[in-house]
Design a protein around this ligand. Structure first.
Ligand code: DGL
Length: 217
């Protein structure tokens, strides 16, 4: 059994990508809706909650590997989890800024994520290492998490909330938009509609699924 968890429905896009890579695997997914969103919680709170969820995945559901299908939980807890469960391989999520920074021609990249992800070591280190003169415009988009949790991914309101965040980043010249929260690929159709012909939308699902497959084999 491979365990997955996220603050809610976001990580289902990671699960979907994983099942495309590894169709025969058994999976157990925890959507932690009662504690959603993680975006406004302290790193300490998220660490504690992640520990409880991993305890459940490993000790009750006997998972032999855990995918932290949440950028915010990865930022707050993955180092701690790896230390606490040395026998369990963990796969974490981080915004796909490296490929976006390397591919940007305009020299401007937009990233959408939670505050916790932007404050995390992984994000800060990758940005420092690969920015190389490229401007990174970081946008916190907690409203998008709410939309996805409500199952509202296509209404006029959802389109307006997407446009409000994306348009200023496009106007600033971004040619790549990085979805640094696992809830956001669920809004991909609206984000792509807004960015059509102006910027490419990038997320980490496929890369994470491939990494999980490599670890399993
Ligand atoms: N899906 C989570 C992530 O990837 C965060 C959403 C939340 O704020 O709970 O960061």
């Amino acid at each position: 059994m491979i365990g997955f968890f996220d603050s809610g429905f976001g990580g289902l896009c990671i699960l979907e990508a994983f099942l495309k890579e590894c169709p025969g695997e058994s999976v157990f997914y925890i959507a932690d809706n009662s504690h959603c969103p993680y975006g406004d919680k302290s790193a300490e709170e998220i660490r504690k909650r992640s520990e409880e969820l991993v305890d459940e995945l490993v000790n009750i559901h006997h998972c032999r590997m855990v995918v932290v299908a949440c950028n915010t939980a990865t930022a707050a807890a993955i180092d701690f989890l790896r230390e606490k469960y040395p026998a369990i391989p963990f796969v974490g999520l981080e915004p796909a800024i490296k490929p976006a920074l390397l591919a940007s021609k305009s020299g401007v990249v937009g990233v959408f994520a939670t505050r916790g992800t932007f404050n995390g070591r992984l994000y800060r280190e990758t940005k420092k290492r690969f920015a190389n003169g490229v401007r990174v415009l970081a946008t916190i988009a907690d409203e998008w998490v709410e939309l996805v949790e409500e199952g509202d991914i296509s209404s006029p309101r959802a389109e307006r909330l997407v446009r409000e965040k994306v348009e200023p980043i496009l106007k600033a010249g971004a040619d790549h938009l990085v979805l640094g929260c696992t809830h956001f690929p669920h809004l991909r159709a609206l984000i792509e509609k807004t960015a059509a012909g102006r910027a490419e939308v990038v997320d980490s699902s496929a890369a994470v699924a491939r990494q999980a497959r490599r670890l399993i084999s």
